[in-house]
Design a protein around this ligand. Sequence first.
Ligand SMILES: CC(C)(COP(=O)(O)OP(=O)(O)OC[C@H]1O[C@@H](n2cnc3c(N)ncnc32)[C@H](O)[C@@H]1OP(=O)(O)O)[C@@H](O)C(=O)NCCC(=O)NCCS
Length: 154
Amino acid sequence: MAELVDGLRLSVTTDDGLSMVAEHEGKVVGHVMFTRSLLDAPPRLVDVQVLSPVAVLPERQGRGIGSALIQRGLKVMIERSVPAVFLEGPPDYYARFGFRAGAEQGFRKPSLRIPDAAFQALRLPAHEPWMSGTLVYSETFWRHDAVGLREPDA
Ligand SMILES: CC(C)(COP(=O)(O)OP(=O)(O)OC[C@H]1O[C@@H](n2cnc3c(N)ncnc32)[C@H](O)[C@@H]1OP(=O)(O)O)[C@@H](O)C(=O)NCCC(=O)NCCS
């Protein structure tokens, strides 16, 4: 995971992305990243964002830190006119921010190894109806094999 974050961090500085930390008494207790990926829509490719990773120190979880980081990040995405944000994660958690299954919103997941329920999307105000299609993860996710679930014995 640390190597994935390092790889993504490079794209944050060179592309439109976002990396934010939460601090408590001078110590980092939470972190969230948004990085650019592509949506392969019928007329053309669209710049979208992927929310990954998000993490809060175990002893600080359940106090709203993850929610605060995600909500602040989504506000920045709206201000930047990003049309949609994608992620892989538990629907129970991300539904509170408005995320829904991507397949129900006209999006296709980038790998068959991502469970349907885990592939989630949030359309933002800049989204237009033609912006559907397959999410194409940035190369960093593939290079770190950080897409979907692997079956070690398959
Ligand atoms: C997921 C995570 C970032 C949430 O951060 P947090 O600061 O604990 O979250 P908040 O305090 O804002 O929200 C807590 C709520 O999230 C729920 N929640 C936390 N992890 C969850 C999960 N994996 N699935 C479903 N709900 C989850 C809690 O049950 C709690 O629910 P409640 O508000 O109904 O009581 C944090 O738990 C974490 O770092 N987990 C380990 C890393 C991880 O799983 N990252 C996400 C990968 S997609």
